[in-house]
Design a protein around this ligand. Structure first.
Ligand SMILES: [Fe+2]
Ligand SMILES: [Fe+2]
Length: 155
């Protein structure tokens, strides 16, 4: 999805989420090409941190703001909720780091899972939000502020 094609009413909100998606995809690639275990560890922890902030912004602001628009969106949001939960379980396992031998497997499954989820958000949910021309400008301001706050807490 190209940001410049997003209508003004949705651009800031969807643009913020797209940036996050691009960013974690880069981290997934970086993990794959990392040679040292310590480097993999560090990338994995950073990815977990960024995914946690991203899912929190979606769950606190973006998804609730879209609830009730229509049944199709509600169904997509329900599915997203389940997918986020699976991602959270994997993130918790990676963060705990109790089984270093499982890092590669946990992280690989997390990346596959998140890639699938991101495709659905971008190709189905975001697309419908744009087709319906839902005004997300107010939401975008809240999302940006919350993101800053959460990133600050984590630092
Ligand atoms: Fe999501
Ligand atoms: Fe997302």
């Amino acid at each position: 999805m190209n940001k410049s094609n997003i209508p003004t009413a949705q651009r800031a909100a969807i643009g913020l989420l797209l940036d996050d998606h691009r960013n974690v995809k880069k981290l997934f690639k970086a993990f794959e090409s990392a040679k040292e275990q310590s480097e993999k560890e560090q990338i994995a922890q950073q990815t977990c941190q960024e995914l946690t902030v991203h899912t929190q912004i979606e769950e606190e602001i973006f998804y609730p703001g879209l609830r009730g628009v229509n049944d199709k969106i509600d169904n997509m949001l329900n599915e997203a909720k389940v997918e986020h939960q699976v991602a959270k379980d994997l993130i918790a396992a990676i963060r705990a780091g109790q089984e270093p031998d499982m890092l590669e497997a946990n992280f690989t499954v997390l990346s596959e899972y998140v890639n699938h989820h991101v495709e659905e958000e971008e190709n189905e949910l975001f697309k419908m939000v744009m087709d319906k021309d839902i005004d997300l400008r107010e939401m975008a301001t809240k999302m940006a502020a919350r993101k800053e706050e959460l990133m600050g807490e984590a630092a």
